[in-house]
Design a protein around this ligand. Sequence first.
Ligand SMILES: Cc1cc2nc3c(=O)[nH]c(=O)nc-3n(C[C@H](O)[C@H](O)[C@H](O)COP(=O)(O)OP(=O)(O)OC[C@H]3O[C@@H](n4cnc5c(N)ncnc54)[C@H](O)[C@@H]3O)c2cc1C
Length: 389
Amino acid sequence: MDTEFLIVGGGIGGGVLAAMLGKSGRRVVVLERNPGRTPIVRPEVLWPSTVEILTPLLSPAALAEAMVPVKGLRVMRSGAPLVELTSQTIAASGVQPWSTDPGATRSKLLESGAFEVRHGVEAVEVLKEGARIAGIRARETGSGREFDLRARWTVGDDGARSTVREACAIGMNTRLFPVEFLCFGFDWPASLPAGCPHAFLNPAAGRSSLLVLGALPFPGGRGAGLVAALGARLKEGPELEAEGREFLHGDPRIADLTRGKVFPRDFVRVKRPWGHAERYGTDGAVLIGDAIHPVSPAGGQGANMSVHDARVLAELFLSNHTGPVEEYERRRRPANERSISITRRVSDAVEGKGIARVARRFARWLPRLVNLPIVQQRLLREASRAFVE
Ligand SMILES: Cc1cc2nc3c(=O)[nH]c(=O)nc-3n(C[C@H](O)[C@H](O)[C@H](O)COP(=O)(O)OP(=O)(O)OC[C@H]3O[C@@H](n4cnc5c(N)ncnc54)[C@H](O)[C@@H]3O)c2cc1C
């Protein structure tokens, strides 16, 4: 046996699980296919219960480098605020969202020193002893050298296209989220209030594939943004470039955010499949995070779900539970299903399906409704608790 726990993937869930087990003296090895610290260019909101889990695992300096509190939110249309969430409403809701730099949270967790990390190594297959999963056939991404690593428990935190899940023959039907994201990093401009995320609606959204640009703060005067685009309408080449020019140069504040960038060349394009695996594990192997429940960014759920999966699994392993896989799935599946339903509702609304078809008729009343502090507080509470069991 090379290790007690072999975690495939150093995402936020894998990092949290490794740190919780490692700090309790258990032997953990994490395999991360990226050769080093990879900057992840996109926004990520973490909710208070997730930050509570991260706090004892990271030093105060690491936390300060990874996240800033959200002080409000403005949705802008044609240069004027359409929806505004104030710091008073956030305080009254009792829910403080945190805007985080996903690259920083993951690398700080992996650098915590409580476990071994092997960068530039990927899982290619699982090893079996009879029906039980007994470790991983791994490959160094640089040299191509393959070798075996044996473990008492193999944990797959290897994302939506999980090798571990496929090798364990665990099925997962996915749908493609109808909105794609073109992500970018930027220096937070003086024209926007510090710590306050902004969303700019595209006035030409009726005929353009580009719907909205979102900008969220990072620590250190940086920020991450995304342009949300309707996948079915998204064009390539000169047409997309022209749509980008019209949207990104139409408002001086958007131009400030994207200054010096060529659209779409300098943006990272992300498509998101979403779904829920039929099982969370098997004898000797268990899965967490996107590997079993990839979701869209709607409601800021995915990373939070992954951290809460990791916490429950760590608790079960540390208490030497006799059936940790079954108990983990029993505790986590209903909460994860609630989070996935946020993606389902938004996906249906965009595609005009189900009840969303009726709701769309009232779309012009939506900003008034969403401007009510009582509605905002309810939405904050729902998003911040959906993934908690
Ligand atoms: C645009 C965008 C915005 C988002 N916003 C939010 C938000 O606001 N709030 C939120 O909670 N979530 C958000 N999410 C979702 C969130 O980023 C994911 O749900 C989260 O990263 C999942 O974490 P994870 O630990 O499950 O795995 P991942 O982050 O997917 O990490 C998987 C890791 O495994 C590694 N890996 C993959 N295959 C292998 C292999 N075979 N061998 C070794 N290593 C491997 C990868 O390199 C990667 O490091 C957003 C996602 C996107 C795309």
